[in-house]
Design a protein around this ligand. Structure first.
Ligand code: SD4
Length: 290
């Protein structure tokens, strides 16, 4: 028997970790708990970067990215650029369970969701529309402190599961896909190494396949904290090769023993929630400079 743990990104990670922890304590599998945690955030209209109420792209359209991964079997499913469906992570789980594929995008993902009983809705809220109008001239960027929800869980059987869900960078080009639905980039989960997730500028996270890197470093013996810090250093180095600076990115990780870690690019101001039996803490990711 393992002691269940759930970690989740950003201040809204508290809601995700609370929701997931209840299920973990009731003996539910890690992936089911992580999905419920992510979904609680997707359904919250006050969160303007995930699910319903997410920030729209350049043309004012909300398009969502998500993936799920099961650490026991390494099964995963993803959806990218999914419009009009507020729970992309649940659709990603069905892609994993019901299709021979691992990722559906755009129109095909929408059709698959509708065929499987998901209801379409307008994902724009008056608040997300207003914020989009206010910030219009800016280039695509993460909204500070309000970003992707990544939920990583260890269940009482010792299995790991993870879910990642986002509306991506605000004002992104239509059709842009970030790191979040890309297994290895925004999320990676393997019972034998650990699990890791990311938030921030997806192009930089994807370039180094950040979440997979973190898991491989844990597999090789690094602690989750060391592995996250090393991934941030690598991201700085790689960005430096192109003469650019990473404005915002963070990794968080959980190993098979239930130890957690998190690290971020300075200025990200990354917070995450850690739920263990009887406790829910909000912690800051360690900032690692280039
Ligand atoms: C993306 N990584 O689409 C996501 C957005 C995010 O903090 O996490 N922002 O690039």
């Amino acid at each position: 028997m393992a002691t269940p743990v759930c970690i989740a990104t950003w201040p809204f990670g508290r809601l995700a970790a609370m929701t997931a922890s209840k299920l973990l304590l009731a003996g539910k599998p890690a992936l089911e708990a992580a999905l419920a945690g992510a979904q609680a955030v997707e359904d919250d209209p006050s969160v303007n970067s995930v699910g319903y109420g997410g920030l729209p792209d350049r043309d004012g359209v909300v398009s969502l990215d998500a993936c799920v991964m099961d650490g026991r079997t390494l099964s995963f499913g993803a959806v990218a650029a999914l419009e009009r469906i507020g729970n992309p992570a649940a659709v990603a789980k069905l892609v994993m369970e019901k299709t021979p594929h691992v990722c559906l995008a755009g129109r095909g993902a929408l059709e698959f969701a509708i065929t499987n009983g998901f209801k379409t809705r307008n994902l724009l809220t008056p608040k997300s529309l207003e914020e989009w109008e206010k910030s219009k001239p800016k280039p695509p960027q993460p909204m500070p402190g309000h970003d992707t929800v990544t939920v990583l869980c260890l269940d009482s059987k010792g299995d790991l599961g993870g879910v990642c869900s986002t509306s991506g960078l605000a004002h992104k080009l239509p059709g842009r896909v970030g790191d979040s639905p890309i297994v290895g980039a925004g999320l990676y989960v393997d019972n034998q190494g650990g699990c890791a997730g990311a938030t921030g500028v997806g192009e930089e996270i994807w370039r180094i396949l950040g979440s997979h890197k973190v898991v491989e470093m844990m597999r090789a013996g690094k602690s989750p904290q060391e592995a996250c810090e090393q991934a941030v250093r690598l991201m700085h180095q790689v960005a430096g090769r192109r003469g650019v600076h990473v404005s915002s990115a963070a990794f968080l990780a959980l190993d098979p023993q239930g130890r957690h870690g998190a690290a971020a690019v300075p200025g990200t101001n990354f917070e995450f929630a850690v739920g263990r039996p009887g406790s829910l803490q909000m912690l800051k990711g360690v900032e690692v400079g280039g």
